[in-house]
Design a protein around this ligand. Sequence first.
Ligand code: SAH
Length: 349
Amino acid sequence: MSGQDIRSLYQEELIQVVREMGGRDFQGKQLFRWLHQKQVGSYQEMTDLPKAVRSQLEEGYPLTSLYPVDTQVSALDGTRKFLFALADGQMVESVWMHYRHGDSVCISSQAGCRMGCRFCASTIGGLIRGLSAGEMLEQVYAVGRAMGKPVSHVVVMGTGEPLDNYDQILRFIRILSHEQGMHMSQRNMTVSTCGIVPRIYDLAREKLQITLALSLHGATDAKRQKLMPIAKEYHLDAVMKACDHYFKSTGRRMTYEYSMVSGMNDTGQDAAELGRLLRGKNCHLNLIPVNPVKGRSFRQSDKKVVARFKNKLEKYGINVTIRREMGRDIDGACGQLRRRHMEEPPVAE
Ligand code: SAH
């Protein structure tokens, strides 16, 4: 296991690592707590671990931290966007949002993305690499540190397709909810996917309590395929069947996301098709007025059009909300701050 990101290892694996270094099993548990509960930044601070173990850890598992490159604070709603550099210089974004029910952080699961959704900034440079579970956890921890209090909710809706980084996202969820780590309730976690059908079935088998959000963006295959290349691989009936299965086997109500693009998927007919698709399902529909991205020509649907769309869906008995646009003044949408920094690299010190 040497050379791996130590924060990505399960407690049982840490016990094994420490055992191989001549330590005792309870010291493996202590190591887990130092990393995920106390969230210290160096092995030297882990004062109840034997020196010999600490120096072997330093040698075999260098402990890196995210480096904050940029922060933007929204004057409108206090939303805060963080740009972090990873150990290899790649950059990822995380967003902190304040809601009535608690604070939430939106994290990235990959550096770049290979799904190619037409309106999304994260996909423009393609996929660079998946993040390790430790790098995802560090986003949650680092934002909590910066805000002076731990965050209570996590949404995996930043750059990347989480189910395209399946093993690491599972580790992330399990470690974040571990009772000797941050112990965040899985019910406070949402993972958003563009709809990789086999992985949705895999996830259903894990019997987690997270909310799964499915990016729909169109109620027919033709509409979806215009916006999302992945829709050519997995057709809508297979995606919806997988989501129904997820609900049946976990008891967790699905969330459907629908980014509204003017003239593309926001007509009365679109609303009717969406209504028929979701009618009778125990689900929640989130309408997201598309966030314009530099270099892409999509326009946001009019406020009136969005309201009309919502009303029509409610007539089908669907539970609909319009997503509040947080941080509109700070490159709010997925991947935009990272994109800007890639275009204008920060001046080297
Ligand atoms: N890959 C995952 C998570 C990505 S982002 C997924 O596809 O679900 C979370 C949501 O934001 C997705 O529904 C995504 O389609 C949407 N999104 C991305 N860019 C957007 C933009 N510019 N405006 C509105 N929604 C956007």
